[in-house]
Write a protein that binds this ligand. Structure first.
Ligand SMILES: Nc1ncnc2c1ncn2[C@@H]1O[C@H](COP(=O)(O)OP(=O)(O)OP(=O)(O)O)[C@@H](O)[C@H]1O
Ligand SMILES: [Mg+2]
Length: 349
């Protein structure tokens, strides 16, 4: 008996098949639900090499959902199944095709997985931007009443004799409120980081300010931090807000990599020969594999679970360092921790 697929295929002219073979978009010709012809792009998309591997198979093995009755004509979104590989987000356009007495169908597939994942990431980045703006606004609202609290606490303290127990307590209020003010100020400046004004930047000062902003953060709670800040470090011309972002990104990445426990070294130095200041952030976290190391500065590259990281931190950091005429390098090996080094020239990049 003749193979029914071959009988139907004979009804399709050679030219027609040849035309389909050369379409670069994945395409498939099928009866109600049996595959009769698939072009190379379709084979590649679903991880097959030879047409024999998929001819005669049910469309539902590749496209989900696949209707039990007649194929759904026109355009729709669906999922592409690829054996053990992750599923694909696809769009499928199905049109009828007369072949002799038979009605066949031709379906073109568009793989939109990458577009979808970029859309998700952009959405996440937008959400973070909105949160950043909100944090700036809240910081602004908190900053003013805090100023009032500090003013009145200072007035009360002035009127108290030093041996009074309340004197010490008011002192504590002042200390804590001052700390809140530093945090609020840090958030405010962070929101202003896009300003293009270059002025002399004291890297040590930036590190101290940023560290006081995040030392209570859970990613640093059980981290033993050593600051080795070079005395009399020369200032360089830069955008302080942006440099703050670099310091924050590197320290938070280190804390997150160590999962809140380990040793962190934040070091600054002056390199006489290169006339450059240098920032080193070194952690005892799990390190980065060679494969990932090549990608960490790519926008949206992240190994953190969805919703946790945007993968923008290091790409923004890289951009900022470059705009300052500097260089950022990284040394890391799995199991041996990670060391980021930023160098910025003090004689203007
Ligand atoms: N100190 C580090 N130790 C180990 N891996 C790191 C370290 N810093 C960065 N990485 C790796 O580089 C990836 C990219 O970092 P990046 O800061 O750009 O994004 P992220 O931290 O994942 O997300 P976001 O910064 O938006 O929270 C991280 O997901 C992580 O895999
Ligand atoms: Mg990060």
């Amino acid at each position: 008996m003749l193979n029914p697929i071959k009988t139907i295929t004979r009804e399709l002219t050679k030219d027609f098949i040849e035309f389909w073979r050369h379409i670069t978009q994945p395409g498939v010709i099928h009866s109600k639900d049996t595959i009769i012809f698939a072009n190379d792009a379709f084979l590649a998309l679903f991880g097959h090499q030879r047409p024999e591997d998929i001819l005669g198979r049910h469309m539902g093995e590749f496209i989900s959902p696949w209707p039990a009755d007649n194929p759904r004509l026109g355009w729709r979104s669906a999922m592409g199944r690829r054996g053990n590989a992750p599923n694909l987000d696809i769009e499928i356009t199905c049109l009828p095709l007369l072949a002799g007495d038979n009605i066949l169908y031709q379906s073109l597939i568009r793989n939109v997985s990458e577009i979808r994942s970029w859309e998700d990431k952009l959405l996440q980045a937008e959400r973070l931007t909105a949160m950043g703006r909100l944090a700036g606004e809240i910081a602004h609202e908190i900053n003013n009443p805090l100023g009032g609290i500090l003013l009145y606490a200072n007035l009360i303290r002035e009127e108290l004799p030093q041996e009074n127990q309340a004197y010490g307590n008011v002192g504590k209020i002042i200390k804590l409120a001052t700390r809140c003010r530093i945090i609020a100020k840090g958030l405010l400046n962070f929101g202003k980081s896009s300003s293009k004004s270059y002025a002399p930047v004291d890297l040590n000062q930036v590190i101290k300010e940023m560290y006081s902003l995040i030392e209570g953060h859970h990613v640093l709670r059980n981290v033993d931090t050593k600051m080795r800040l070079k005395k009399e470090l020369p200032h360089f011309m830069g955008d302080k807000g942006q440099i703050e972002q670099v310091v924050l990104n590197l320290i938070i990445n280190a804390g997150e990599a160590m999962d809140g426990k380990g040793n962190l070294v934040v070091e600054t130095d002056y390199l006489e020969e290169q006339r450059a200041v240098c920032l080193i952030v070194k952690d005892t976290g799990p390190g980065i594999s060679g494969e990932n190391l090549q990608r960490i500065f790519e926008p949206f590259f992240t190994t953190k679970r969805p919703g946790k990281g945007t993968g923008l931190g290091l790409s923004i950091t890289h951009g900022i360092v470059q705009r300052h005429g500097g260089k950022i390098t990284v040394e890391s090996e799995p199991g041996k921790g990670t060391c980021f080094e930023v160098k910025i020239s003090v004689s203007g990049g």
